[in-house]
Write a protein that binds this ligand. Structure first.
Ligand SMILES: Cc1cc2nc3c(=O)[nH]c(=O)nc-3n(C[C@H](O)[C@H](O)[C@H](O)COP(=O)(O)OP(=O)(O)OC[C@H]3O[C@@H](n4cnc5c(N)ncnc54)[C@H](O)[C@@H]3O)c2cc1C
Length: 446
């Protein structure tokens, strides 16, 4: 295929949405692309799997109405008609009870808060929706800002459990700018007609997009996928503008390399260049990550009518419980019901290491306390997935830590979700960054 990158030999490290989108665009531009993926499947954190023989994601995934980069990709791939928006429903578990949490009226009826605090909680969200200049929120932690403006009770009951759930021990370090971005995304995904938030889901799951990307990349005849092939080191850069990458003890030469792995992994891959730019490595080292543990399961009878359940209970062994079929219906699962339990944790947390059976037992016991009619022995199928470096800590001053795309090794670029700020990372931004990297490579090598 002739194009501006014709004849260029590019390595892409990581086969998630960033790597796949970049590979799709670069191969369209004529580059010879090799995608190195450490795992045995493509898709990264958004990779697909099956339950009751139907395709879903290993970890719960949906799209917002405002996910314009993903919508552009779907249009290019001829998949726009596979995206449907569904009315979402959210509830909060507090004090052994679930409370609907979908609109201002639900907040007014939220009895755990004193009446004046319900009003205060609503006014704070309303204020944040209208903030245009998020930069002033970047200098203060979400906990500090919320305690000051929403008050202690609102922070204790609503916000602290959510921040702890997403950021574990780092909950009090997270910048208010990140929380603003998260609230904005959800508010912007409201739909007047649906009278609430709508969330998008792809027919056949996100695997539909991943499969089509792979197909389009393969059709160029210019790409190679190397699964189960972790890259451990960039060996060196030579003066004739090529980079040597060590793969299974063999040295391969490329014109350019795109790393789409976490900063933790990039730090190891780039170790030979540590002395050439210490401040870049300080940035990589300063970004902390949490892992994620997920339980996906199916039942005959419904457990809940809500899609999303925030678990605001101290000592709960998980932070979120989700009913996919409450959002998209049961038709594609032969009338059965599909759920996820999820938690973000430190990499040495027992849930990253205990047996699958022990994790299931522990989480099902807690779920049964919340839903006494739920019977774990009636579960039709269950699967456990664990992800490394699933969420980075977006702390106060984070903007100064963001590493540049150009790494200390010439011709090697880094693009990962730590560079998305202040909005929450997601497949929409991974697609945007994949497009962006193709443009950058086109300028550099075209
Ligand atoms: C629990 C959970 C829920 C989420 N929910 C949503 C959602 O609802 N909507 C949404 O849009 N997004 C959601 N996300 C976020 C979304 O999945 C990510 O933002 C997106 O998939 C990131 O894509 P990526 O390609 O940048 O990174 P990744 O998906 O992390 O891809 C990086 C790839 O690099 C590979 N790799 C690592 N080390 C090496 C190595 N040494 N050599 C070669 N390959 C390597 C990894 O195996 C991985 O495949 C969720 C994430 C999680 C964990």
């Amino acid at each position: 295929m002739a194009g501006k990158l014709s004849g260029k030999n590019i390595a892409i490290v990581g086969g998630g949405f960033t790597g796949l989108t970049a590979a799709y665009k670069m191969s369209q531009l004529g580059a010879r692309v090799t995608i190195f993926e450490a795992g045995n499947v493509l898709g990264g954190l958004a990779a697909g799997c099956t339950i009751l023989d139907a395709p879903v994601e290993k970890a719960y995934h949906f799209l917002y109405k405002t996910d314009k980069h993903m919508i552009r990709l779907l249009e290019e791939l001829g998949l726009r008609d596979k995206l449907t928006y569904y009315k979402s429903s959210v509830s909060t578990y507090y004090g052994n009870q679930f409370y609907p949490m979908m609109n201002p009226m639900d907040l007014i009826k939220f009895l755990p808060l004193k009446f004046h605090n319900r009003i205060r909680a609503g006014l704070v969200v309303l204020y944040l929706q209208n903030v245009k200049n998020w930069r002033k929120l970047a200098k203060i932690s979400a906990m500090e800002w919320l305690t000051k403006f929403a008050g202690k009770q609102v922070t204790d009951v609503i916000w602290e459990p959510l921040l702890r759930g997403k950021f574990d021990i780092y909950f009090d370090k997270v910048t208010m700018a990140w929380l603003w971005g998260r609230i904005k995304q959800r508010v912007d995904s409201r739909d007047k007609k649906a009278k609430g938030e709508v969330l998008g889901y792809i027919d056949g799951g996100f695997a539909t997009i991943i499969k089509e990307l792979i197909k389009k990349i393969e059709e160029t005849g210019l790409a190679k996928f190397e699964l189960n092939t972790p890259i451990n080191m960039i060996k060196h850069y030579s003066k004739n503008d090529t980079v040597k990458v060590t793969v299974n003890n063999k040295d391969l030469t490329f014109d350019g390399v795109l790393l789409t792995v976490s900063c933790k992994v990039a730090e190891k891959i780039l170790q030979n260049f540590k002395n050439s730019n210490a401040s870049y490595f300080q940035k990589l080292e300063s970004i902390k990550y949490l892992d994620a543990a997920i339980l996906l399961f199916a039942t005959d009878k419904p457990i809940t009518k809500y899609y999303w359940h925030n678990i605001n209970a101290p000592n709960s062994p998980f932070v979120v419980f989700l009913s996919l079929t409450s959002l998209i219906g049961c038709d594609r699962f032969k009338g059965k019901h599909i759920y996820y339990i999820g938690d973000y944790i430190l990499s040495d947390h027992p849930h990253m290491n205990i047996s699958k059976e022990d994790l299931e037992e522990n989480w099902f016991k807690s779920l049964q306390k919340m839903f006494p009619d739920f019977d774990p022995t009636s579960v039709l199928e269950k699967k456990v997935y664990r992800f490394k470096d699933a969420q980075h800590i977006v702390d106060v001053g984070f903007e100064d830590k963001i590493p540049e795309y150009q790494t200390p090794c010439p011709e090697v670029y880094l693009c990962n979700f730590s560079q998305i700020y202040p909005m929450d990372r997601g497949t929409n931004y991974a697609v945007r960054d994949g497009f962006r990297m193709a443009e950058l490579f086109e300028k550099r090598y075209g």
